[in-house]
Design a protein around this ligand. Structure first.
Ligand code: FEO
Length: 169
């Protein structure tokens, strides 16, 4: 049902989502080591969301009978300059993921692969939300990073985030 090229792009995107999960887990570990457990929780939840994104793509490839080839996941960075650096890197990474999804969408559209175009709509909406959230957090961390009391409250705020799995289909 889908071309070899689209299948390959989605297989690669699965690996990218899994890399993002590892990247955010590494960020979570950095904050845990600083006893900022609320921010660590935020990135831990983000990591789980990325695995959920990979699962959705895995299920789609199964549904359309495409071959699934699990890729190699690179080791993410584990050293960061400071909290602001991490939030800026998270935003930058979301922008990369967005462009990668747009690339699959463009290829699917060019091929007249409307099943994949439809499938990817969920991710387009998700990326708008993820970039908006990441951008807002960059703004907030810049406000609080030099003020321990404000940072404490920010950490408390991010401790409230919970993982809400969405149905794979
Ligand atoms: Fe799966 Fe954060 O994009």
């Amino acid at each position: 049902m889908i071309s070899t090229k689209i299948g390959q792009l989605i297989n690669e995107q699965i690996t990218k989502e899994q890399y993002a999960a590892q990247y955010y887990l590494s960020m979570s570990a950095w904050f845990s080591a600083k006893d900022l457990d609320g921010i660590a929780n935020y990135f831990r939840v983000q990591s789980k969301e990325e695995l959920m994104h990979a699962d959705k793509m895995f299920d789609y490839l199964n549904d359309v009978g495409a071959e699934i080839i699990i890729g190699e996941i690179a080791k993410p960075p584990h050293e960061f300059a400071d909290a602001k650096d991490i939030f800026e890197k998270a935003l930058a990474h979301e922008k990369i993921v967005t462009q990668s999804i747009f690339n699959i969408l463009k290829n699917a559209n060019d091929e007249g692969d409307f099943a994949t175009v439809s499938f990817l709509q969920w991710f387009v909406t998700e990326q708008v939300e993820e970039e908006a959230n990441a951008s807002q957090l960059v703004t907030k961390i810049k406000m609080v990073c030099d003020n321990p009391s404000a940072l404490y409250l920010f950490d408390q705020e991010l401790s409230q985030r919970v993982f809400n799995p969405v149905p794979a289909k």
